[in-house]
Design a binder for this molecule. Structure first.
Ligand code: FNR
Length: 400
């Protein structure tokens, strides 16, 4: 564990023991302090001690500067969609089957000709250098050691080529098209040259601007000079060699024709991320998309108040296995994954759980997050009576 983390922990312990804090009344223990931050886990000393992903969240809260932790946690407006994403898994119950041989659990899935040992992928999450010095490289090393799919953000803190080297094989590239075709083409060529088989087009942030109240409040609590990560005009490595600065990021002019244009331009498979309705899923297929990611950006794009798992329940039957459907937003437990697969997802992606691990313990923390969720998934599959992923179907869930 880093000295900074130990120092922060000692500081919290000192605060808690201090009569000064007692005088503050209700915030009397580390648990209550974390509860006040909306955390559910316990602080731990090493990744192996994490019982669930929320234990990693608790350490991330202690280790990161408030603004950086706030950047991970934030939703938009009143965080309604953010909360709905997690809570809505509780509206679905599992319908386990008994007397099935579950002595061998096979969690593998195949996507575009590559078989993965697990249906859990790492979401594209930008600016990981703000959570760990090695950022996306640490995530890539963890994805490699645990053999998971990694999707790399346009706003990666590390160059795509370095991440691929750390991963040991090409990752999938997530594209924010920026509204400038020359920049988009350049990024596509670079991702293709690096060997990426898939480009994931994110379509749920039209202007790149939204109302992240929780982040704004966290920034107000953080007086540090943070020139390393947020220098105005700082460029992500993906924009190297261009005049583009992602502070001016906008894709407000984007329409469905762009999907076709992208398909015509690139040799990579094209997935569309941010789809939440059956109508748009149908359009994705009509315009030639090779796959769909049902996602509301972890509740940090628009404030619809609707959970992504409910969107999946609407979208998957319409897609009807014509193209692969991935789902993200709110997955925190192995049983959440079973519910998503039962409702029609071919694979799922996680965002915050691995960023908590990364912030808490670097590569080892990401590995722990992946291990916890995979172990929970396996136990859940045993109880559900589904020895392989293909055994998980719509009959496994009901609505409460
Ligand atoms: C994101 N997400 C995101 N999505 C994307 O397409 N490109 C990006 O650069 C980012 N960046 C990003 C940063 C951070 C800090 C977070 C938390 C999320 C959204 C991400 O891919 C995914 O949709 C959500 O994180 C999934 O929800 P959960 O698992 O975090 O609840």
């Amino acid at each position: 564990m880093s000295n900074t983390l130990i120092d922060r922990r000692r500081f919290v312990q000192f605060l808690v023991a201090s009569p000064l804090l007692g005088a503050l009344g209700s915030l009397a223990s580390p648990g209550q302090l974390r509860a006040a931050e909306g955390l559910r886990g316990q602080s731990i000393e090493s990744p192996d001690s994490a019982i669930n992903v929320f234990d990693l969240e608790a350490v991330a809260a202690e280790s990161l500067p408030p603004a950086h932790f706030g950047y991970i946690q934030t939703g938009v407006d009143g965080d309604l969609t953010l909360r709905a994403n997690e809570e809505a898994f509780g509206h679905y119950y599992l319908r386990p089957r008994r007397l099935v041989d579950v002595s061998r659990i096979d969690t593998s899935v195949s996507l575009f000709g590559r078989t993965w040992h697990s249906p859990i992928a790492l979401c594209p999450c930008g600016s990981q250098g703000a959570f760990d010095e090695d950022g996306e490289i640490a995530s890539a090393r963890a994805a490699r050691s645990k053999d998971h799919l990694q999707i790399l953000s346009t706003l990666s803190s590390k160059p795509i080529e370095d991440v691929i080297e750390a991963r040991g094989e090409p990752i999938w590239f997530q594209l924010y098209p920026t509204g400038r075709w020359d920049i988009t083409k350049r990024m596509l060529r670079r991702a293709e040259a690096a060997g990426c088989p898939v480009v994931v087009l994110t379509v749920d942030l039209p202007s790149g601007v939204n109302n992240r109240d929780s982040l704004k409040r966290a920034i107000l609590r953080d007086a540090r000079e943070c020139s390393q990560c947020h220098t105005p005009g700082k460029r992500a490595p993906m924009f190297e060699g261009t005049d583009f600065e992602y502070t001016s990021f906008s894709q407000a002019t984007l329409t469905w024709d762009f999907v076709k244009r992208l398909r015509d331009e690139t040799s990579m498979k094209v997935l569309i991320k941010g789809i939440v309705t059956a109508e748009d899923a149908e359009r994705c297929i009509e315009y030639g998309a090779n796959g769909i990611v049902v996602s509301n950006h972890g509740g940090r794009a628009d404030e619809t108040g609707r959970a992504a798992i409910d969107s999946l329940a609407e979208v998957a039957p319409v897609v009807n296995r014509r193209v692969p459907v991935l789902m993200d937003s709110g997955i925190r437990r192995g049983n959440d994954i079973i519910k998503a697969l039962a409702l029609g997802a071919d694979a799922v992606c996680i965002g915050r759980p691995y960023l908590w691990g990364l912030s808490a313990f670097g590569q080892a923390g990401v590995e722990r997050a992946l291990q916890i969720l995979t172990d929970e998934l396996k136990v859940g599959m045993e109880f559900a009576g589904t020895p392989s992923i293909k055994d998980i179907n719509r009959s496994m869930v009901g609505t409460a």
